[in-house]
Ligand binder design. Sequence first.
Ligand SMILES: *Cc1c(COP(=O)(O)O)cnc(C)c1O
Length: 415
Amino acid sequence: MDSDILTQLPDRLVAEAKSLDAGDPLAAYRDEFVLPEGVVAYLDGNSLGRPLATTRDRLAGFVDADWGERLIRSWDEQWMDLPLQLGDRIGRVTLGAAPGQTVVADSTTVLLYKLLRAALTARPGRTEIVADTENFPTDRYVVQGIAAELGLTVTWIGPNPAAGVTVEEVETAVSERTAVVLLSHVAYKSAYIADLPRITEVVHAAGALAMWDLCHSVGLLPIGLDDAGADLAVGCTYKYLNGGPGAPAFGYVATALQDKVTQPIQGWMGHAEPFTMGPSFRPSDGMRRFISGTPPVLGMLPMQDMLSLVERAGTDAIREKSIRLTEFVIDLADDTLAPLGVTVASPRDPVVRGGHVTLEHDAMQSVIAQLWQRGVIPDFRRPRGLRAGMSPLSTSFVEVATAVAHLRAILREHQ
Ligand SMILES: *Cc1c(COP(=O)(O)O)cnc(C)c1O
């Protein structure tokens, strides 16, 4: 069936897909994922990464041994430290963060709230949060909620939706009133990569703190948080870190800031001595103070397998393949979909393009419903966007060509 559908594309592009796979140094990693036959092409690895086959054994082993046999003893033996150990590992493998600055906890939304509130306590007297109108809804809603709660104002940057927030826009927005600037590193719709180091610099020049949402960049490209001097960051682990649905988020707070801030949900697990069960709260040193309650240990298992894979492959090589993948989708789109009315709504310059490409067409919503029926799975972004997300370690070039071939076949029937 696959080879049939590929006749939708010019021979030249099919040959190119095959030769890109043949020359891909990361090609073998794909076989380490669970690849059911009913899924013809998966282009949603940026929303929910595929599971790794080793995750099956890890979960079964956990039930039998760590949980089943060691029972509550596992808290002392390993689970109490897991949020910090895993955080350090995420920091080392993906964030460019030295140990002691990253913790795994909560959901991204809850950590956004906790760290943004914490950031504000380090800038007393400053009354404004800067954010952007193209950021993911939860980021905007958390900002609105905190502003209402504390009586702060929000200055909204309105970036070009097909690109993203620029250094100049941030420079114009910040002032001596700004406490913190919250931005996404890679934009969830357009995939635009914000200039994290330069924007952090501009924010610091105004005396404010820079907080980064790394949901669409962690595991996809080298980030360099420490080098950039970023203050705080949060990110998802179920996207390019393949942690599975509802896997907990990670939060980063630069060492210099940690004991200068107070987070709003002080619970017993963030206490300096949780088991003294004392009368009042005293925050732990370091990142443990950002933990509120019992850590979600089960949700921290699958991401460990993907972190091993990312570490083996290296984020530089992953980024290189990611650029090739997005470049190839754009070539396919220009060649075979543009004549059918499809436009590219992501940056064409690979330097500022993350791991997905948004393709737009008026009929996209119903086209995507048909794609799903064929086992081709991208996602839909209102009002007319198909988001083709390509997780470099689990996506092949022929898989991408197959998806575009199906898209072309459906669009031709629409004509
Ligand atoms: C996916 C995503 C989230 C998701 O937050 P959850 O609390 O995990 O639902 C938040 N922010 C951005 C930028 C995202 O891309």
